[in-house]
Design a protein around this ligand. Structure first.
Ligand SMILES: [Zn+2]
Length: 97
């Protein structure tokens, strides 16, 4: 039985992803486009590196749209630090010339 064929997995969401997207958006908006590269490759790198360092929080979203809200300040701080660190790492060593 193929789980993916039998069940609709669209509603399965990793909330950490939403938090990382929001935090990355906030932090990137605060940095001028002239200072760091914000291309597709670099931003995807930033997302991967951030998510690999953070705990996952999966849940089933039945509302379709997920209005993510960070419940723990500890997690909020952790995400903010990881994202800031990753932005610096990727912008100093982009995966392209
Ligand atoms: Zn780039």
């Amino acid at each position: 039985m193929a789980i993916r064929d039998k069940y609709d997995l669209e509603d399965l969401k990793n909330e950490t992803e939403e938090f990382v997207f929001q935090e990355l958006e906030k932090q990137l908006d605060a940095i001028s486009d002239d200072d760091i590269c914000k291309c597709q490759d670099c931003v995807l790198d930033m997302i991967c590196l951030s998510l690999n360092q953070l705990p996952t929080h999966y849940r089933v979203s039945l509302m379709g749209t997920l209005y993510a809200k960070v419940e723990s300040h500890e997690l909020e701080d952790q995400i903010s630090k990881v994202v800031a660190d990753v932005i610096m790492k990727v912008s100093q060593n982009p995966g392209h010339a």
